[in-house]
Design a protein around this ligand. Structure first.
Ligand code: MTE
Ligand code: CO
Length: 424
């Protein structure tokens, strides 16, 4: 059995490493020894070999295996006063590749989840346009449409970590991000249909939920790559993600991606509503605040090993896996350090490398069983890279919540457990 497993790996050096790993397990008296003696899971007939399983249609809408019950969104109860204006987090440590499954996309609502019958949904365009328009969902689906994979990151992702390591798990430190393929029509197409007047320089999307979320978006971005989307990963948006219609603002902070999108107003200046004044601005040490910090800067995190995903197999070959993304475009390089930033190795980016999308990286190492201080550092196609947490605090002070893209450190201990720490 172990030979079959080993022969799947391509090169001989790797093969001998794996054998060494198995031998080490046997010495420790663990699973390796059991395998050599004949594993009852192979030699004995199991229930699932003996009895027929469920037929087709047992679950008309398929669900994950019952053995994956831990792979769920989670919230941090003390963060918010109630669940209606709250947040939960994507279980990044359990996922691989770059696409977030729809049921695991983190949720951020300011007024709960609006339940809207698609037949009752309308999108209005008004303000500085030649012809104010109202679209039904059916109308929208008659315009030329496009598919794009984009990450959505809440500006507050990592906000609890500004002053030091807080939450023990990348689900909580980095899980306000998801990455799905959207189907929709370009915002540009709809604005052109209404005809933007020459003094129309800003767009105000508005949500139909109880929070009436609004944000000011400059016309240049609105006409560039924004989408009005009704599908995610091929199926209808989930209610939590704005069903039946949401705005997609690639690379920019999640707050601008208005869900349950019902209105687009064109104006000649920004509106300075709540979400772009008292919220989503960054208070500096000087007492002044940065505003309109729209772009999500390059960022990365090692998803495994991580506090919720300890090393359970002992020393030997292992895969360090993580995610990197940038609101500026593609990720061109991710470096990984095993010693708290003293030495760096370039990781392997695997799978599609799409602009403003999550990227998956791997570093295949031989773990000697000693402590590691794991870090990752992403660089994007424009040469922007992640600062250390100290560099970030030097330039932005300690009052900020939003836009923490500092380098994360995980302390991996000899027993394989992992803790969120900061190295100065
Ligand atoms: N749109 C409306 N209408 N209402 C909201 O509460 N929350 C915003 C944004 N759009 C919100 C909204 C915030 S702060 C974020 S981070 C994203 O939606 C979260 O999107 P998600 O729930 O799909 O993860
Ligand atoms: Co947000």
């Amino acid at each position: 059995m172990s030979d079959t497993k080993v022969s799947k790996t391509p090169d001989l050096s790797r093969r001998s490493l794996l054998k060494a790993g198995l031998a080490a397990g046997a010495v420790a008296g663990s699973a390796g020894a059991a395998r050599a003696g004949g594993d009852p899971l192979i030699t004995e007939i199991q229930d699932w070999n003996r009895y027929l399983g469920d037929g087709v249609d047992a679950a008309p809408y398929g669900l994950p295996s019952e053995f994956e019950a831990d792979v769920v969104r989670r919230n941090v109860p003390w963060l918010t006063a109630d669940a209606v204006a709250s947040i939960n987090f994507t279980p990044l440590h359990e996922l691989d590749g770059i696409i977030t499954p729809n049921g695991l996309c983190f949720e951020r609502h300011h007024g709960g989840v609006a339940q809207i019958r698609p037949q009752d949904h309308r999108l209005m365009i008004n303000g500085l346009v030649d012809t104010p328009l109202v679209f039904t969902m059916e109308d929208l689906k008659r315009f030329p449409r496009e598919n794009h994979v984009y990450f959505l990151e809440c500006a507050a992702n990592g906000g609890m970590e500004w002053r030091g390591a807080q939450l023990n798990g990348c689900q909580f430190t980095h899980g306000m991000v998801h990455n799905v393929m959207y189907t929709g029509v370009k915002l540009k197409t709809l604005l052109e249909e209404a005809g933007v007047k020459t003094n129309g320089k800003w767009v105000l999307p508005e949500g139909a939920d109880a929070s009436h979320m609004t944000r000011s978006i400059p016309m240049e971005k609105a006409l560039d790559d924004c989408l009005v989307a009704w599908k995610m990963n091929g199926e209808a948006l989930r209610p939590e993600q704005g069903y039946p219609l949401r705005l997609v603002v690639p690379g920019w902070e999640g707050n601008m991606w208005v869900k349950w999108l019902r209105r687009l107003e064109v104006g000649d200046q920004p509106w300075h509503h709540r979400e772009e004044t008292s919220k989503y601005t960054d208070l500096l040490e000087t007492g002044k605040a940065r505003r309109f910090t729209w772009v999500m800067d390059p960022k990365s995190v090692i998803t495994s090993p991580s506090p919720q995903m300890p090393i359970t197999h002992g020393k030997g070959p292992m895969v360090i896996s993580g995610l990197a993304w940038s609101g500026n475009g593609r990720i061109t390089r991710v470096d990984v350090s095993l010693d708290g930033g003293r030495n760096w190795k370039t990781a392997r980016i695997d799978g599609p490398s799409l602009s403003k999308s999550l990227h998956r990286f791997y570093l295949d190492i031989e773990w000697d069983g000693s402590d590691m201080l794991l870090q990752s550092r992403a660089m994007d196609e424009h040469g922007f890279y992640q600062p250390t947490k100290n560099e970030l605090r030097i330039s932005r002070g300690e009052n900020s919540i939003y836009h923490n893209n500092g380098i994360q450190t995980w302390h991996v201990k000899a027993d394989g457990s992992v803790e969120n720490v900061e190295v100065a």
